[in-house]
Design a protein around this ligand. Sequence first.
Ligand code: PEP
Ligand code: MN
Length: 273
Amino acid sequence: MGQAGPVGAGGGPRHTVNVAGHEVGRDFVLVAGPCAVESEEQTVGVARRVKAAGAHMLRGGAYKPRTSPHDFQGLGEEGLRILGVARAETGLPIVTEVMDARHIETVLRVADVLQVGSRNMQNFTLLRELGRVDRPVLLKRGMSATVSEWLSAAEYILTGGNEDVILCERGIRTFETCTRNTLDLSVVPVVKEQSPLPVIVDPSHGTGRASIVRPMCLAAVAAGADGLLIEVHPAPSAASSDRDQQLTPDEFTALAPVVLRLVTHLLNGGVQP
Ligand code: PEP
Ligand code: MN
């Protein structure tokens, strides 16, 4: 944590974030798992499949920020317990969302990385509290946030004393309706010019369409992303949330080695995006 990684596009040293021995910002990271934790069978089953395919971390929401209060809100503490089982079974570190500063202590019992979702990017109370926590934070870009606002949100955490922030581009709201959001891959090199923090890309929320997650993953790698966050569900059409964008375990198993080969190919070819 805190040590200088490889030189970034802006020429300065990169900050790397240690997650269970993985130096995010130096070591490419594949984060995969369901949108929401729905059951032990679902989450542990997916965890085993994504681990076998090459994922480095498991994602899954126990607290879900849903647009409608009538939609599934997540399993809460029971969801966290399930994530703990998935980690014990697979050894995968856990990335899970904390929606409310009052939940930090509880989420810290299981999370290796605390996710701040798009809707909370400017929840300054939450960000300040996370600045006092000794655990990496994955800060998603707000759906209408400029890069400057996003980096200022990160500053709230950094200035509180927690240097371990991983940025995550997850698409922004534009006039285009053919995708759920517009995945803004240009921010990968832009952020690298302006910040030493690692930046990963979430093509699942960034597109909302499972069929175009794969090409956007490859494009994100080519743009220099330090990792990918991909939603994977055993039966996407029956999921409690984000049905249209989650990959099946088979689709992820086909995709992951291609992504990892591309990363290696670029590295071995000396190509710095
Ligand atoms: C998520 O990753 O589960 C999520 C809710 O994403 P976002 O905050 O980007 O919408
Ligand atoms: Mn989701």
